[in-house]
Design a protein around this ligand. Structure first.
Ligand code: ADP
Length: 268
């Protein structure tokens, strides 16, 4: 736009000599917007499914099914299972949002793998025992602390070991650890159903499941691995997977060793 200066003649008017074109590549923005929309859609769907089921069974009970003891027992069991599913889903969503909002705080403390494992050991061992799976945990006693808060480290161990048990019907679950220079390597190995190669790149996405029915049946929320990825990468670590269909999976975590003096108070 030319701004006409009334005090200058036609010759002396200041005219633009060029133009600046500002362009934004909105591809990434659009993608993020799409991810967000999909997420909200997924959450709504995941919440609605158990709610619809609870509502239906409560109505049927009120309509008279409650008079039949066998039906009452069956429907109440379903209602209980669906309520637990809702609770797990909400817990996972809250964990995910807490982690996302506190990204920068993730590396401020440190913890030991052995201590984090002790915290979840009762849950995992009883879960493995119930499915008659062998659980082998080998953590060297001189393993250094890693740069991650103790609750987050326990959450990583819990999610990966729970999955290992969940998707294994016979055989063994192994957790081992080693150190090289400033990195602690964790390996979670199972003899479970494995993951098809084409699903591997998407396995850490929220709500992505290879077999939806199987995950549901096992009480899965579809959020466990995305929580693990967030925690590990937010703590400057790396997560990896190799898997063979029908033979089993190996999840690996590379976690930075904590700097001296970073040890979390509770674990000194
Ligand atoms: P879910 O709650 O469904 O287990 P996750 O985010 O923890 O959700 O895992 C995503 C999907 O990855 C699972 O539904 C399952 O298909 C697959 N998966 C995760 N861990 C394993 C494993 N150890 N063995 C086989 N499949 C697995």
């Amino acid at each position: 736009r030319v701004q006409v200066n009334p005090f200058l003649g036609e010759q002396d008017q200041i005219r633009p000599r060029g133009a600046v074109i500002v362009g934004y590549d909105v591809t990434e923005l659009r993608r993020l917007e799409q991810v967000r929309t999909d997420f909200v859609g997924n959450v709504s769907h995941e919440l609605r499914t158990p709610l619809t089921s609870i509502k239906g069974f409560v109505e049927t009970l009120l309509d008279g099914a409650a008079d039949d003891p066998a039906l009452r027992e069956r429907f109440l069991t379903i209602i209980q299972r669906e309520t637990l599913r809702l609770q797990r889903l909400i817990d996972d969503l809250l964990t995910l949002s807490r982690i996302e909002n506190r990204r920068t705080d993730l590396v401020v403390s440190s913890s030991r793998v052995q201590v984090a494992y002790e915290k979840i050991k009762p849950v995992i061992s009883s879960y493995a025992k119930a499915k008659e799976l062998e659980l082998v945990v080998e953590l060297p006693s001189d393993l250094p602390a890693v740069a991650m808060g103790p609750d987050l480290l326990s959450q990583v161990l819990l999610n990966l070991l729970e999955n290992a048990v969940k998707y294994t019907t016979t055989g063994k679950i192994e957790l081992s650890a080693s150190q090289k220079d400033s990195v602690v390597y964790l390996e979670f190995k199972d003899t479970g159903c494995g993951i098809p190669e084409q699903d591997l790149p998407r396995i850490f996405e929220r709500f992505y499941r290879v077999d939806k029915a199987r995950s549901r049946e096992q009480g899965g929320t579809g959020l466990g691995l995305s929580i693990v990825k967030h925690i590990v990468e937010g703590s400057n670590g790396k997560i990896g997977i190799t898997s063979r269909l029908g033979l089993g999976s190996v999840f690996t975590c590379e976690l930075p060793v904590a700097e001296q003096g970073e040890l979390y108070e509770k674990e000194k």
